[in-house]
Design a protein around this ligand. Structure first.
Ligand code: COA
Length: 383
């Protein structure tokens, strides 16, 4: 393939394995089944730290000390009030479309209402302040949207709870039990970042044009909504419902794969071994006593066996989405909120990447190989 500057490159479909940027934020090692945020194992962070501490690590490059952690936690709690126009518009639009579509619209509106200027015109301090506010408001907007959709009275945010516990409170309106709040927090920590996935790439591409933060995050939400990226966890639970009995899992897989479709919650572009997020979420589900866990494990084994048979050598294992649904279901998060909950965590990672992109920016503008009819051909006269 010849680029416009005469360089030659072979393009794998889906850009698999192509390095398109340098980052200090984190990485995924697919063959080892390992991923990290900065220099720390993401799974270890999720087992021993708070979401707010991981959030600071992603933004600042270092874990905070006790005072820094307390001060940041307090600041994020004070940023939970949705501005007037965004809040009242949510009241109107929440019943229309899926919650993630509503969120995409709310983020767009938020940027307009708060007069977020193009990133190219902002200092890092200004962009950091906007990013912190956005990440604090995404769960608040989603919980409000869910309450309105289900005919319940929206609840005001609380300032005595961490992000995860406040999200659960605002969704369900009951005091979150500590085990569920911690499980949701751990899930959110696990999904903060994951290499150059599609939505992160989109966020960085938009940031590279110098557009505003809301534009970057709206694009990323759009990418995340696709079932091949973040839209799979509710479909994975739908699949468990449909299978109903592990003995039927093999037939189910043969039917779906035979029809040319994918088994949701299985396979990954980078992991060619167990997905460490799936392994950790199983232990979270175990601690919670998640009702669906034993059944899900049986189905997982049967699906893996059948996929190994149908697609030998492809290494198709359960990914993060499969057990995410099991954990969220045990915490009382409704199915339609699974992918939106994923977005609550991933917004932190998107913002870290947007900040990094803006610090060392060059417009992302790749090329495509033209494979149409030879040009130029004379333009036929209009008939
Ligand atoms: C995540 C995903 C998009 C990665 O796909 P990818 O890297 O592009 O993998 P490919 O499409 O190259 O697939 C390689 C082979 O495995 C098969 N495969 C991959 N995932 C599969 C799945 N979930 N079910 C059935 N077959 C699958 C493909 O059909 C392909 O088979 P082939 O070589 O006979 O054509 C893919 O595994 C998938 O669609 N999974 C289901 C959706 C999901 O769970 N998404 C959440 C990801 S965290």
């Amino acid at each position: 393939v010849s680029g416009s500057n005469g360089s030659v490159a072979v393009i794998p479909p889906g850009l698999e394995g192509v390095v398109v940027a340098e980052t200090e934020i984190g990485d995924v090692r697919g063959l080892e089944g390992f991923y990290h945020y900065r220099q720390y194992s993401a799974v270890e962070l999720a087992s021993s730290r708070s979401l707010e501490e991981v959030w600071q690590l992603m933004y600042d490059g270092a874990l905070p000390d006790a005072e820094g952690s307390r001060a940041f936690g307090q600041r994020t709690k004070e940023l939970r009030t949705l501005p007037e126009v965004t809040s009242s518009t949510l009241d109107v639009i929440s019943g229309h479309g899926a919650p993630l579509e509503v969120l995409r619209s709310a983020v767009s509106l938020l940027g307009a209402e708060l007069a977020w200027r193009p990133i190219i015109d902002l200092s890092q301090t200004e962009l950091l302040a906007q990013a912190t506010q956005l990440c604090s408001l995404v769960p608040v907007a989603l919980a409000r949207c869910y309450r309105l959709r289900s005919g319940a009275r929206p609840l005001p945010p609380r300032t005595d709870l961490g992000l995860a516990a406040n999200y659960l409170w605002m969704l369900k309106g009951v005091e979150p039990d500590p085990a569920s709040a911690r499980a949701v927090e751990q899930y959110l920590m696990l999904v903060v970042d994951h290499g150059f996935n599609a939505s992160t790439f989109v966020a960085r591409t938009i940031a590279s044009t110098g557009a505003d933060l809301a534009a970057c995050v709206c694009g990323a939400i759009g990418a995340l909504s696709g079932p091949l990226h973040g839209g799979a966890p509710s479909r994975a639970l739908d699949m468990l419902d449909e299978i109903a009995d592990p003995a039927r899992a093999g037939d189910y897989v043969r039917r779906v794969v035979g029809a040319g479709d994918r088994i949701m919650g299985f396979g990954h572009r980078v992991y060619k071994t167990d997905d460490p997020r799936s392994t950790f979420l199983q232990s979270v589900a175990e601690d919670l006593g998640a009702p669906l866990l034993p059944f899900a494990r049986e189905v997982e084994r049967a699906v893996e066996r059948t996929l190994a048979d149908l697609k030998p050598g492809r290494q198709l294992h359960a990914n993060v989405e499969f057990y995410a649904g099991v954990v969220m279901d045990a915490c009382g998060i409704p199915r339609e909120m699974f992918t939106p909950t994923f977005a609550c965590g991933r917004t932190i990672g998107w913002c870290a990447h947007i900040l990094e992109q803006s610090r060392h920016n060059r417009l992302i503008r790749p090329s495509a190989r033209y494979v149409g009819p030879p040009a130029p051909e004379p333009v036929p006269a209009a008939k």
